[in-house]
Design a binder for this molecule. Structure first.
Ligand SMILES: Cc1cc2nc3c(=O)[nH]c(=O)nc-3n(C[C@H](O)[C@H](O)[C@H](O)COP(=O)(O)OP(=O)(O)OC[C@H]3O[C@@H](n4cnc5c(N)ncnc54)[C@H](O)[C@@H]3O)c2cc1C
Length: 576
């Protein structure tokens, strides 16, 4: 198999909003290449619907807005696990960042006076979500992609990064597999940014794209570096039943509400003030509780309804056109006439690669040391601005604020260091992996193992969990990891072999699923999206800290902790 060598000053893994925004920031002085599994504008960011949070203060329906209010809502939403220094930075930067996006060409929806329109979202005390109908991610990503082309950013599409090259705590590049030509490529670089997005695909029901297989988590974990707060996958309350396709919180932001099988607006009981605009952790638990107590909808009483038709067809077609289409196409439901069947769906990883918010550098240990030249941003990273529970619309702002921040630091860093020297054997491991997968006569199928993994995570590490189910999940996962060593490919195609790609992805998925289960076992309390039935209360005394999980070959992962930054707001009970 051919190995091809390249050099670029900066390598960015991932062409979503975080990667593209970083690329634009550094491209004026550097040779920047972005490596992506899919064509850039097909990255998962393009599916983001509801909007981007920023206290622009354009919609004063609930009073004046400010970055301080945005910060408080985010800290409270995070169940006080979010790092307040990072959250303060993000909330201050959000308004100028949205204006900057507008100046780059993002066509935001407008208020009658011409200002950027802003809508309500769960857990936000003000209507501060800037949006472009329900296609916000799509228009943002297309605009940033155009800007990156203007800046001569080079793209390697349909390449899968398989390995980070880290030598003596310095990142010197990456190894990737070209799906089209079946070559292995070694890229050396002065700095590398991981912007590989989230990992919802380890769950059976998810709103995430097929590409969201947590490759960045896998790359880091397999390199012996830690992952942070992995016990916090977020379950979005309103996935389209039974597929899990997202029905944006913008529906409830525009006046939609949830109904149980008895036709009751049950959220009034769980969140008397915020009602249907309560944060996601609380709303998902409320839906599950209604279902478990027999008040679900349908023959199996296993979902609830989301009503929006009362706002009228004109408003729906203007503000939620994609949702109108989705519900007709995937559920045969015309949401301008009848309610939408919904259930919680795995949606977002609050945890991820621990990253310094000041510069985007990847953290290597519990003392806060960083890896030189290695950065992370976007959903793959954990700064941590979302803590135990992300507020809707805070991810898009996270991607662009921290993507730009990492770009700024790389801009300085690459001017201070020399081109890295490689040993010359960096591609060997990937060549061996590809050759072994190609020639394997093992009995296990990628699709079957992936399905088993998705079942395990859905059943054992879902909205509610306890010690027994989590431990069952971890031992079942260990079995799958063994079976993966015996995997064979049915697809023998020499080009665009998608089963090969899925086999590589599965290797990553089996790793960060372990990190997720081990961290969830460790955290013996309920906080944010981590609801332990056996420890139903938040325990600030023992668990107001971040979890760091390290892979240990052939043994149980090692857990360490990091302090949470608490600057302005002391932890208090969350009431909505
Ligand atoms: C349906 C849906 C709607 C959402 N709506 C909103 C919203 O309205 N507001 C909000 O704030 N958030 C929303 N979110 C969350 C938000 O969209 C994501 O968190 C965010 O877009 C992630 O951006 P990213 O740049 O980190 O990664 P992504 O956009 O996921 O991009 C990841 C990139 O990494 C590449 N990649 C991954 N692995 C590899 C590899 N091994 N080799 C090479 N390339 C690789 C992929 O090809 C891709 O280019 C939504 C999420 C979903 C699922």
């Amino acid at each position: 198999m051919n190995i091809k060598n390249h050099y670029h000053d900066v390598i960015i893994i991932g062409a979503g909003l975080a990667g593209t925004r970083a690329a634009i920031e550094v491209a004026s002085i550097a040779d920047v290449a972005v490596i992506t599994k899919v064509f850039p504008t097909r990255s998962h960011s393009t599916t983001a619907q509801g909007g981007v949070a920023a206290s622009l203060n354009n919609n004063k329906a609930k009073g004046e807005d400010s970055w301080e209010l945005h910060m408080f809502d985010t800290v409270k939403g995070s169940d006080y696990l979010g790092d307040q220094n990072a959250i303060e930075y993000m909330c201050k930067e959000a308004p100028p960042t949205v204006i900057e996006l507008e100046h780059m060409g993002v066509p935001f929806s407008r208020m009658p006076d011409g200002k950027i329109a802003q809508r309500d979202f769960g857990g936000h005390s003000r209507p501060r979500i800037a949006y472009a109908a329900d296609r916000t991610g799509h228009v943002m990503l297309h605009t940033l992609y155009e800007q990156s082309i203007k800046e001569n950013v080079h793209y390697y599409s349909e390449f899968v990064v398989t390995q980070l090259i880290i030598d003596n705590n310095v990142c010197k590049g990456v190894v990737a597999y070209d799906l089209r030509k079946r070559n292995v490529h070694v890229f050396s670089a002065k700095s590398v940014l991981i912007a590989t997005g989230g990992g919802g695909r380890i769950y059976k029901v998810t709103s995430n794209a097929h590409e969201s297989t947590g490759d960045g988590f896998g790359l880091i974990y397999k390199s012996g570096l830690p992952l942070q707060d992995m016990e916090f996958p977020q379950f979005h309350p309103t996935g389209l039943y039974p597929l899990g396709i997202l029905i944006t919180e913008g529906v409830r932001g525009e006046g939609g509400f949830l109904l149980n099988g008895k036709g009751e607006r049950f959220m009034e009981k769980y969140a008397p003030e915020f009602k249907d605009l309560a944060p996601r952790d609380l709303t998902s638990r409320a839906i599950y509780t209604e279902i478990m107590e027999g008040r679900g909808v349908g023959p199996k009483k296993d979902h609830v309804l989301l009503q929006i038709h009362h706002i009228g067809k004109k408003a729906i077609l203007e503000k939620l056109p994609e949702i109108y289409q989705f519900t007709i196409t995937y559920a045969g439901v015309d949401c301008t006439k009848e309610p939408i069947p919904v259930m919680p769906t795995m949606h977002y990883y609050m945890g991820g690669i621990p990253t310094n918010y000041e510069d985007g550098l990847v953290i290597a240990d519990d003392k806060g040391n960083t890896v030189k030249g290695l950065y992370a941003a976007g959903e793959a990273a954990c700064e941590s601005v979302h803590g135990g529970n992300r507020l809707g619309a805070n991810s898009l702002v996270d991607t662009v604020v921290f993507g730009r921040k990492a770009g700024k630091h790389m801009y300085k860093y690459i001017q201070q260091v020399d081109k890295p020297e490689l040993k010359g054997d960096e591609g060997k491991q990937t060549v061996e992996m590809i050759t072994n997968l190609t020639n394997s006569t093992g009995q296990e199928l990628v699709s079957k193992l992936r399905e088993n993994l998705q079942d395990i995570m859905w059943q054992k590490c879902s909205v509610f969990r306890d010690e027994k189910t989590l431990k069952e999940g971890l031992s079942a996962l260990k079995e799958l990891q063994k079976r993966y060593e015996n995997v064979r490919l049915i697809d023998k195609a020499s080009t665009f072999n998608m089963e090969m790609k899925e086999a590589i992805e599965l290797g990553n998925m089996l790793e960060y699923a372990e990190a997720t289960l081990a961290s969830a076992i460790y955290r013996k309390e309920s906080r944010g999206a981590h609801s332990r039935v056996d420890y139903p209360k938040r325990d600030d005394q023992n668990f107001l800290k971040h979890t760091l999980v390290f892979r240990v070959q052939g043994a149980t992962p090692r857990i360490a902790t990091r302090d949470v930054s608490i600057t302005r707001y002391k932890p208090q009970e969350r009431r909505y």
